[in-house]
Design a protein around this ligand. Structure first.
Ligand SMILES: NC(=O)C1=CN([C@@H]2O[C@H](COP(=O)(O)OP(=O)(O)OC[C@H]3O[C@@H](n4cnc5c(N)ncnc54)[C@H](O)[C@@H]3O)[C@@H](O)[C@H]2O)[C@@H](O)CC1
Ligand SMILES: [K+]
Length: 510
């Protein structure tokens, strides 16, 4: 049963827990569940009950204001209100909508509410100690304005704790972007599966703690939804992960070739060490002859190969003839000064020309900013681009953060246009493949924003590709390990620690 495809084939139901549904896909999942015989009334009852239970688990009994909107999100609100009332919570219900326009199940649940109905009004906040936001969920279709906007602003001003039903109202579940104003929540309870908007920024900051609750929708409805996006988790790639074999040999674990620059000698060395630590059998650094002593003195188990100044391009090309180098990393510390840029571009294009898997980072991306097309025309499917937002904007100016598009769509479009796997970095790193699949990473702590962390990541990816992992899943695994190591290490992290602390995390993974 296929959900998320990769170049190798299909991810099966083992990892269906981690798929992300757009609000549209969620509506289809609901419909399919009803088609399979689960009554819509029961789905809504289960959804409301799950939220009520989460509220009672998180907060002590207190006066609650439930704000119920005009659609099924509001229907959930009526269930929550009635459930809390039955547990002797003091509940005030404010409804904005017309009963006649609601779905049959929402009407039925609204009629089952035993308390009073109030129109939405800011004065209701005076007596409340908790707000339940059941105004809009998956059906939000335009920016919030007018009276609801004022109400949400008053909720924010009040400082009261908020529990959001499905998504904080005003948040686009597909993109993580705000449509007008958003009601920031302390707890969000969503149903069946997470939505991309819960994980992408700024959406993630609006959700508070996020809980996913089953409401009786069978997992088999996922089969026909053409799901393309998942949250990063070892379940996605562990079966692909190159765990060491007892009878393994270093030549079976690949050979990474890293291009080193003249001046910023630390960056490529960080990549080299990272590739070694994650298990590449051999790692070589190709460096300018003039900097060779610096590199060679610092690297013990990495082979450092000098590129003679008068024929460095030719020498690198010659090196690529050696088919034992199965992955090439270009970019960290590669340099853009003077003739460096020309050399870097040449190295990238030669690497691509011979079909070698490659990780292109930093200067290797910026080197093509005047004519990204020259890079895209050369790219093949084992090529991974690892830009931060600045580098990304240089290659894809129409897809920059300022374009107004969300990060998931931007990364997917960039992958499609370039033909490469695109890893768009950030606290919500997105890994997108040209075939439309994408993984959102969620385990990166703030400590990762430190110089050299990207160089280490490039090395991790290369090291995994060298050992035979498919580029898409190697990238996902590397990003996850990178985040996990940073979490494990905690405060005071510098890039070197990412490599040194990796073995602990690998041990746990094993
Ligand atoms: N069977 C189902 O479909 C289930 C749905 N559930 C709940 O239903 C929600 C989705 O329900 P709906 O599709 O009815 O959508 P919503 O309840 O999110 O809202 C739809 C309504 O809001 C109006 N609207 C949209 N944007 C607006 C804006 N900016 N200002 C004013 N009005 C606006 C629409 O015209 C429509 O009347 C989910 O988020 C979830 O909470 C749950 O009850 C589980 C089962
Ligand atoms: K909501």
């Amino acid at each position: 049963m296929g959900l998320v495809t990769n170049s190798k084939g299909l991810i099966d139901m083992r990892c269906d827990q981690h798929v992300l549904l757009t609000p549209k896909q969620m509506a289809l999942a609901d419909q399919e569940a009803v088609y399979l015989g689960v009554p819509a009334f029961d789905l809504m009852a289960a959804a409301g009950q799950a939220v009520a239970e989460a509220i009672m688990a998180k907060w002590t009994k207190r006066p609650v204001l439930v704000m119920a909107g005009p659609g099924n999100n509001g229907g959930d609100g009526f269930v929550i209100a009635e459930q809390l009332r039955q547990h002797n919570w003091p509940v005030t219900l404010a409804f904005m909508g017309h009963l006649d326009n609601m779905s049959a199940e929402a009407q039925a649940h609204a009629k089952a509410w035993k308390g009073e109905w109030h129109p939405l009004s800011q004065t209701l906040l005076n007596d409340a100690k908790l707000v339940v936001d059941a105004l809009f969920g998956a059906g939000l279709s335009r920016p919030i304005e007018g009276q609801v906007q004022h109400m949400l602003e008053a909720v924010a001003q009040s400082g009261l704790p908020v529990c959001a039903v499905d998504v904080p109202s005003g948040l686009d579940g597909a993109t993580g972007q705000a449509l007008g104003v958003v009601a920031k929540a302390d707890l969000t309870v969503t149903f069946f599966r997470k939505k991309p908007g819960h994980l992408l920024f700024p959406g993630r900051t609006f959700c508070g703690d996020l809980l996913v609750r089953g409401i009786g929708i069978p997992a088999k409805v996922l089969t026909d939804l053409r799901i393309q996006t998942a949250e990063n988790h070892p379940d996605l790639w562990l079966s692909d992960y190159p765990l060491m074999k007892q009878d393994g040999h270093k030549f079976h674990r690949g050979h990474v070739l890293i291009y080193g620059g003249q001046w910023m000698t630390g960056a490529s060395r960080l990549s080299a060490r990272a590739a070694q630590r994650i298990g590449a059998g051999l790692v070589s650094l190709a460096v300018p002859e003039s900097s060779w002593p610096i590199y060679a003195a610092a690297m013990l188990s990495v082979m450092v190969k000098p590129l003679a100044a008068h024929q460095s391009e030719h020498a690198f090309q010659q090196m690529l003839n050696d088919s034992r180098f199965n992955v090439v990393v270009i970019g960290p510390g590669a340099g853009l000064e003077g003739n460096d840029k020309h050399r870097v571009k040449h190295a990238v294009l030669e690497t691509l020309k011979c079909g070698r898997a490659c990780v292109l980072d930093a200067d290797a991306l910026t080197a093509f900013s005047e004519r990204p097309k020259a890079l895209f025309e050369a790219i093949h499917d084992a090529c991974i681009l690892t830009p931060h937002e600045g580098e990304f904007a240089r290659l894809f100016p129409h897809l920059s953060e300022q374009s107004g598009k969300d990060k998931l769509s931007r990364a997917k479009q960039a992958a499609r246009e370039s033909g490469a796997i695109v890893l768009l970095k950030g606290a919500d790193t997105v890994i997108a493949s040209p075939d439309g699949h994408a993984i959102i990473n969620t385990n990166a702590p703030a400590e990762l924003a430190t110089g050299g962390a990207g160089d280490v990541l490039a090395g991790f990816i290369a090291g995994l590709v060298a050992q035979g992992m498919t580029p898409f899943y190697a990238t996902a695994a590397a990003v996850w390990l990178h985040g996990e190591v940073a979490n494990e290490f905690g405060v005071g992290l510098i890039a070197e620690d990412l490599t040194d602390a990796l073995p602990n995390v690998l041990q746990q993974l094993k």
